[in-house]
Design a protein around this ligand. Structure first.
Ligand SMILES: Cc1cc2nc3c(=O)[nH]c(=O)nc-3n(C[C@H](O)[C@H](O)[C@H](O)COP(=O)(O)OP(=O)(O)OC[C@H]3O[C@@H](n4cnc5c(N)ncnc54)[C@H](O)[C@@H]3O)c2cc1C
Length: 417
C-alpha cells in the first residue's frame, strides 16, 4: 500500500477505520468519520478515482439536509447538469413525447464523476487514500481486524467498512459469495462518452426497440450514451471490460438510428462502465467489526436512489458510531434499524428499473409509452415527482450535529468500544 495523502494524525486512542472503496459511499463516510476524529484509511482498487457513469440525482429534504451538513451542497449545485427535457423517440427516431426535466433528473442532478470528485476532495483533509490496492483477507481477533492487502502488506484496524460496491470483496470475505445476495433482473446497463449528431444541448433522447434502450444526452458540454438491454441468464465477468464491450456489441449489432455510431464510440471511450441491473439483499449488514455500506450492502438498481442511500447511510453510520462513542455493536445495530425501512422503500422503487427503461416486448413497450404519456399529462404531472420524493424522504434523520456539537470540528479522539 502506498499512501497518496496523509493528514490525519496517528494516535493509538483514535479508532482506526479501514474503508474499502472510494466511489460515493466510501468518501462520504471518510468525511464524517474524519470529522469525528477517527483515523481513516480508504483503499480503492482502481489506480485513480473513477469518474465514469451517467448523471445521478438527489431529491427531497433528506438528501438536501445531508449534503448541506456535509458541506458539499453548494459545490454540487455548481456542478448541476441543468438537464432539460428528454425526448422519447420511436425506432425510426421520430418524436413520441417529451419527458419533463424533473422526471428523470430530480431536484439536483450531477454527473456521477463530478459527485465522486467533490466527495473525494471534501474528505481528503480527513482521510488517507490508497489507490491501486485491495483487501485480500480480513482476520478479526479480540482487539481488532488484521487486513492483508494485495500488495502483501498487513495492517491493524479497529473497524472495517465495505463500501466496495455491488461486487464487494469485503462482503465476499466476511459474509459469503455474491450469488447468495444478488438478485438479477436480467437487464444490463452500460454508459460511456459518445458524441451525437443530434445537436443535443442540456437535453437527452431516449430510443427503444423491445428489450433495448439507447439514451443519448449532452450535459455541461459532455456527450454521453447509456445503453440498457434485456438478456436473462447472461453470464459476464465484472472485471473483464473486453468481454463486456463484446456483449454490448452483440446485443445492439444491426440496429438502426444512431446505434452504429454509438457502438463505434464505445470502442474509443475511456470511461466505459458496464454492470447488471441487480439488487443486493442481505438480512444483516454487519458481522463483528466489519460493516457494509452503500451498494455493497443494498444495491437498489437504477431508480432506487443508490447515491442518496449511500450518503444518507454514511451520515447515519458515522453518526451512530460517534453517538455510541465507538461501541460498534450498538452503533451497527442502530444503523441497521434506521436504514432498513429506507432501503426497503428505495429497493421497491428500483425493482422495476429494467422493464421500465427497456420493456422486453413490443406490447410492453407500447404500454410503457402510454404510461409515460399519462405521467407527463396535465392530470398526473407531478405525481411521479411526488412519489419518488416521498421515497427519498422515507427515513428518520437524526440531527447528530445538535447531539454532538463538540465533535463536528474534529479531530476528537475516540476510544475503542
Ligand atoms: C465508474 C462507475 C460508474 C458508475 N456508473 C453508474 C451508472 O451509470 N448508472 C448507475 O446506476 N450506477 C452507476 N454506478 C454505480 C453507482 O455509483 C452506485 O450505485 C452508487 O453510487 C452507490 O455507490 P457506492 O459507493 O456504494 O458503490 P460504487 O459506486 O459501486 O463504488 C464501489 C467502489 O469500490 C471500488 N472497489 C470495488 N472492489 C474493490 C476492492 N476489492 N477493493 C477496493 N475498492 C474496490 C470500486 O472501484 C468503486 O470505486 C457506477 C459506479 C462506478 C464505480
Amino acid at each position: 500500500m502506498t499512501n497518496t495523502d496523509s493528514s490525519s494524525s496517528q494516535n493509538n486512542k483514535q479508532l482506526r477505520v479501514l474503508i474499502s472503496g472510494a466511489s460515493i459511499a466510501g468518501p462520504a463516510l471518510a468525511l464524517w468519520l474524519g470529522r469525528y476524529g477517527y483515523d481513516v484509511t480508504v483503499v480503492e482498487r482502481a489506480a485513480e478515482l473513477r469518474t465514469g457513469g451517467s448523471a445521478v440525482d438527489y431529491r427531497g429534504r433528506v438528501h438536501r439536509t445531508v449534503l448541506e451538513r456535509m458541506g458539499v451542497l453548494d459545490q454540487l449545485r455548481a456542478h448541476a447538469t441543468d438537464m432539460g427535457e428528454q425526448v422519447l423517440v420511436d425506432a425510426e427516431g421520430w418524436e413520441l413525447l417529451r419527458l419533463p426535466a424533473s422526471f428523470m433528473s430530480g431536484e439536483l442532478e450531477v454527473n456521477r464523476g463530478d459527485l465522486a470528485r467533490v466527495l473525494y476532495e471534501a474528505s481528503l483533509p480527513h482521510a488517507r487514500y490508497v489507490f491501486g490496492d485491495s483487501v485480500r483477507s480480513l482476520a478479526e481477533h479480540a482487539d481488532g481486524v488484521t487486513a492483508t492487502f494485495e500488495s502483501g502488506e498487513s495492517q491493524e484496524f479497529d473497524l472495517v467498512v465495505g463500501a466496495d460496491g455491488m461486487h464487494s470483496m469485503t462482503r465476499r470475505l466476511v459474509f459469503g459469495e455474491e450469488r447468495e445476495f444478488r438478485r438479477d433482473s436480467g437487464y444490463f446497463v452500460s454508459t460511456f462518452s459518445a458524441p451525437n449528431d443530434l445537436g443535443l444541448r442540456d437535453s437527452g433522447v431516449l430510443w427503444n426497440v423491445p428489450g433495448r434502450m439507447v439514451g443519448l444526452s449532452n450535459t455541461l458540454g459532455k456527450d454521453g450514451a447509456m445503453l440498457v438491454f434485456h438478456s436473462p441468464g447472461l453470464a459476464y465477468d465484472y472485471r473483464d471490460q473486453e468481454q463486456q464491450q463484446r456483449l454490448v456489441r452483440e446485443h445492439f449489432q444491426g440496429l438502426g438510428w444512431q446505434v452504429p455510431a454509438v457502438l463505434d464510440a464505445m470502442d474509443r471511450a475511456e470511461d466505459f462502465y458496464f454492470d447488471s441491473i441487480s439488487q443486493i439483499v442481505m438480512d444483516r449488514w454487519s458481522s463483528g467489526r466489519v460493516v457494509l455500506l452503500g451498494d455493497a450492502a443494498w444495491a437498489p438498481a437504477p431508480g432506487g436512489m443508490g447515491n442518496g442511500l449511500a450518503v444518507v447511510g454514511a451520515y447515519i453510520l458515522a453518526g451512530e458510531l460517534a453517538r455510541h462513542s465507538g461501541d460498534h455493536r450498538a452503533a451497527f445495530a442502530r444503523y441497521e434499524e434506521l436504514m432498513r425501512p429506507y432501503v426497503k422503500t428505495c429497493q421497491k422503487q428500483g425493482s422495476n428499473a429494467g422493464p421500465f427503461l427497456a420493456p422486453p416486448t413490443a406490447k410492453k413497450l407500447k404500454q410503457r409509452n402510454r404510461i409515460y404519456k399519462l405521467l407527463c399529462g396535465r392530470l398526473l404531472s407531478g405525481f411521479f415527482d411526488r412519489l419518488t420524493t416521498k421515497g427519498a424522504e422515507a427515513v428518520e434523520l437524526p440531527d447528530y450535529g445538535r447531539e454532538l456539537p463538540e465533535m463536528q470540528d474534529g479531530p476528537h479522539p475516540l476510544t475503542v468500544g
